[in-house]
Ligand binder design. Structure first.
Ligand code: FAD
Length: 293
C-alpha cells in the first residue's frame, strides 16, 4: 500500500518545528528516523496530514554529560548512541540495551527520541528510561517542560506528550560508579526483533555487600515498561542472594498484564518476564561486586 496524501516541511530549528506543530494541528507529525512512522503510513495505520522533518535540526543531536546526568538529544541516532564511548562508560546499561534494538540498518536511522515517543511496550530505550527514572524534555510554542519517565509512558504506543510538543532531549541520571552494576536480559524470536520480554536492573551495594540502591523494570509484559517497585522494596538491604531474588520476583504476577499475540501467549510472556527480571538483578549484583564484566 502507499501512504495517504500528506504535506511535508523540512525545518532547521527547534522553534521552527514547534511552530509547524502548532500551525499543523492534531494530525501533524514529526518525522525523525522514519523507522516506525513510514511503515505505519505505508499501511495507512497512520495518516498524518503534515510531516515535519527534523533531520536537519543540528540542535537536536548530540550526547553530553551535564553534572550527574547524561543528556541525549532527541534526534541522536541509535547507532551513534550505541557507539558512544561516554554512553559505554557512564551508562553501560543503555549501551547493552541498544545492542538489542532492531539491527544495524534500523539503528543507523532510528533515533532515541523517536523510540521514546513511539512507546512500544516491548521497546528497550523506554525500558531503560523507566529503570533509571529518566527525564524527558519537551518543547512547544508554549515553552519547555520536563516529564518524569514514570509520567511519560501512558500505555501501549501512547505517551503524555501533547500533539504540539517536540521531544528535544532525554536526561538519564548517572549513578556513582563505585560498587554499582547493571543487568539487562531479553528474549526475542530473532536478534533484531522486539523483545517478547526484557528486564533491566541497576544496583549499588554498600561496604558489606548489601543492596543500598536498586532499580528494576520489565517490558513486554504490560502496556508500557513497568517499574518493579515491590521487588526493589523487598530486596533493599538484602545481600541479593539468588533465593531472595527469586522470592521477590515471584510476586510480580499481580503487577504485569501480558498479552497473547502471534509470537507468544500471555502465560509464556509472563514467565519469561519473571526470569528476565531475576537474571537482570543477579547480573547487576555480580557486576557491582566486580565478578562479571
Ligand atoms: C525491522 C525493524 C526492527 C525494529 N526492532 C526494534 C526493536 O527490537 N526494539 C525497538 O525498540 N525498536 C525497534 N524498531 C523500531 C525502531 O527502534 C524505531 O527507530 C523507533 O521506534 C522510532 O524511531 P524513529 O526515529 O525511526 O521515529 P519515527 O518513525 O520517525 O517516529 C516515530 C514516532 O515518534 C514521533 N517522533 C519522533 N521524534 C519525535 C520528536 N523529537 N518529538 C516528537 N515526536 C517525535 C513521530 O511523530 C512518530 O509518531 C524496529 C524497527 C524496524 C523497522
Amino acid at each position: 500500500m502507499k501512504a495517504a496524501p500528506f504535506d511535508y516541511v523540512r525545518v532547521s530549528s527547534i522553534d521552527e518545528a514547534c511552530q509547524a506543530l502548532a500551525d499543523g494541528g492534531e494530525d501533524a507529525r514529526i518525522i525523525a528516523g522514519g523507522q516506525t512512522l513510514i511503515p505505519l503510513m505505508a499501511m495507512r495505520l497512520a495518516r498524518p496530514t503534515l510531516l515535519i522533518d527534523i533531520n536537519e535540526v543540528d540542535d537536536l543531536t548530540g550526547i553530553s554529560v551535564n553534572g550527574d546526568n547524561l543528556v541525549i538529544k532527541a534526534r541522536t541516532r541509535q547507532a551513534d548512541t550505541l557507539a558512544s564511548d561516554v554512553v559505554k562508560e557512564r551508562l553501560p546499561i543503555l549501551a547493552d540495551a541498544l545492542s538489542h534494538v532492531g539491527h544495524t540498518q534500523t539503528r543507523n536511522r532510528g533515533t532515541v527520541g523517536g523510540s521514546l515517543v513511539n512507546a512500544d511496550p516491548s521497546a528497550e530505550i523506554p525500558l531503560i528510561a523507566q529503570t533509571l527514572d529518566a527525564t524527558i524534555i519537551a518543547q512547544s510554542t508554549r515553552g519547555e517542560r520536563t516529564i518524569a519517565a514514570g509520567d511519560f509512558f501512558e500505555s501501549a504506543m501512547a505517551t503524555t506528550l501533547a500533539p504540539d510538543e517536540c521531544l528535544t532531549a532525554v536526561r538519564f541520571p548517572i549513578w556513582p560508579a563505585a560498587n554499582t552494576g547493571f543487568g539487562f536480559h531479553e528474549v526475542s524470536i530473532r536478534d533484531s526483533d522486539f523483545a517478547l520480554a526484557a528486564a533491566a536492573a541497576q544496583t549499588t551495594l554498600d561496604s558489606n555487600g548489601n543492596c543500598q540502591r536498586l532499580s528494576v523494570a520489565i517490558c513486554g509484559a504490560s502496556p508500557a515498561a513497568l517499574r518493579l517497585s515491590i521487588v526493589e522494596e523487598t530486596l533493599m538491604g538484602s545481600d541479593l542472594n539468588d533465593d531472595a531474588i527469586k522470592t521477590a520476583c515471584a510476586n510480580i504476577d499481580d503487577l504485569i498484564d501480558p498479552q497473547s499475540d502471534v509470537h507468544a501467549d500471555a502465560a509464556y510472556r509472563g514467565r519469561v518476564a519473571k526470569v528476565m527480571a531475576r537474571r537482570a538483578i543477579s547480573d547487576a549484583r555480580d557486576r557491582a561486586k566486580g565478578e562479571l564484566v
